[in-house]
Unconditional design. Structure first.
Length: 155
């Protein structure tokens, strides 16, 4: 088995350990991230430039989308690989979890649920956030697995 193949790829070479599953998980996490940003806009809290004049954490988190697009381009052209995605996905996961959960959360669950008139809509938004975290956890875990596999195979 080569460094570029995996058990879920029947044929063909994938750059530096990035396989179809990892691309899928990156895409899934991106979709949930976009949805979560849209949720911020809909509920109208914790937003920033370009929606309001102030630059906030929301503004800085928008940089992740160009990082993902550039990362996919660099992966397809074999300039970066699974290590890049492990670092990026792990960083996003850490940022989302620390922002929304735990004692230092600046945007705790009630900030997601309470702005909506309907508690049910608030819980759907919170469920979306939880699914976002789960998708990022899956993507990060799988990326770590692929990184270890590539490292052990190339040794």
């Amino acid at each position: 088995m080569s460094v570029f193949s995996s058990s879920n790829e029947s044929s063909g070479r994938r750059p530096r350990g990035v396989d179809t599953r990892l691309y899928f998980l990156i895409g899934l996490g991106t979709i949930f991230g976009i949805g979560h940003h849209i949720d911020h806009v809909v509920r109208g809290n914790h937003v920033g430039w370009p929606l309001i004049p102030e630059v906030t954490v929301f503004t800085y988190t928008l940089i992740i989308y160009p990082i993902i697009v550039v990362g996919i381009y660099l992966t397809v052209t074999e300039r970066v690989g699974v290590r890049y995605w492990t670092i990026v996905l792990g960083g996003i996961l850490f940022a989302v979890v620390i922002t929304h959960f735990g004692p230092w959360a600046t945007e705790p669950p009630q900030d997601v649920i309470e702005p909506y008139e309907s508690v049910y809509v608030g819980y759907v938004a919170f469920g979306w956030l939880l699914t976002f975290v789960i998708s990022l956890t899956a993507a990060t875990t799988y990326s770590i697995h692929r990184w270890i596999l590539v490292r052990n195979t190339s040794s």
